[in-house]
Design a protein around this ligand. Structure first.
Ligand SMILES: Cc1cc2nc3c(=O)[nH]c(=O)nc-3n(C[C@H](O)[C@H](O)[C@H](O)COP(=O)(O)O)c2cc1C
Length: 258
């Protein structure tokens, strides 16, 4: 059963407990102010001369910078958040966020339910696009490529590093399918937790067969650096031959207008 959004989300959650609700006019005014806010980007950008020796090194460099910034300044709350776009059977795009859990010379990867909407869409059309975006650093990396399922061995290795609760929730969630209520989801969690109690032993919770991961093998990688007056840098690496992200010769470097 669908309920109206207004009724199902308490005001205190949307606005912060105790805050008075503005009238509709004041709210519209505040919204106008928000959408007209302008931030001039004054990031360092990226120069062709400063590119790392291989695409993989350059990706790692920016991911490490974002991770260091997360620790030092706290304004990159999730350095590994990766927006992932797929298309459905009608060619209509879909986008959601996942966490980049793998990164090697083959490309970035993530874990998920293989039976989810994204899993079904990838099965129908493995071409995907993805982006790591770090607004506070005026940086983003875009990927276009093909999603390949991560091997069972890699998935199992990764699964064992997840906290117990996350391993149980992988069993609990039939990701993307409807469920009657929050209570039903929590009851399912308790059932799986009772089936595999936490003992602290390796492999105590098996990997669900409907759960796994995908790696994006890119044919284009773009490094975007926000700069002053919207004159941003866009350094694009396009695949020109066989090879991985660790083979400089497999990629052509060019610059696109912002
Ligand atoms: C910061 C963040 C990280 C997320 N990480 C993952 C993830 O690693 N894997 C995943 O399946 N879903 C993740 N999600 C949830 C997805 O965005 C999405 O709701 C879910 O995968 C279902 O997508 P689908 O129905 O299009 O398949 C994350 C969401 C956010 C906001």
């Amino acid at each position: 059963m669908h309920r109206a959004f207004r009724r199902s989300v308490p005001r205190s959650v949307c606005r912060g407990a105790g805050m008075p609700s503005p009238g509709p006019e004041a709210a519209a005014h505040a919204y106008d102010r928000v959408v007209s806010t302008r931030v001039d980007y004054d990031g360092e950008g990226l120069d062709e001369a400063d590119l790392a020796a291989t695409p993989l090194e350059q990706i790692r460099r920016w991911v490490e910078d974002a991770s260091a910034r997360h620790t030092a300044a706290g304004d990159v709350p999730e350095p590994l958040a990766l927006s992932l776009a797929t298309v459905d059977a009608d060619g209509a795009p879909n986008v959601r966020t996942v966490l980049m859990r793998f990164l090697d010379e083959r490309g970035p990867g993530f874990v998920t339910a293989l039976t989810s909407t994204k899993g079904r869409e990838i099965a129908g059309n493995p071409r995907v696009a993805a982006a790591l975006v770090w607004p506070s650093m005026f940086r983003a990396i875009r990927f276009r490529g093909v999603a390949h399922e991560v091997s069972r061995e890699e998935v199992e290795q990764y699964f064992d590093t997840r906290p117990y609760g996350s391993r149980i929730s992988a069993w609990t969630s039939r990701q993307s399918e409807p469920i009657a209520s929050r209570a039903a989801l929590e009851a399912a969690y308790e059932e799986y937790a009772a089936r595999w109690p936490e003992l602290g032993a390796a492999g105590e919770v098996p990997v669900p067969d409907f759960w796994g991961g995908y790696r994006i093998v890119p044919d284009e990688v773009e490094f975007w650096g926000g700069r002053r007056n919207r004159l941003h840098d866009r350094i694009v690496l396009s695949r020109i031959g066989p090879g991985t992200l660790a083979d400089a010769g497999a990629w052509r470097v060019h610059r696109r207008q912002p």
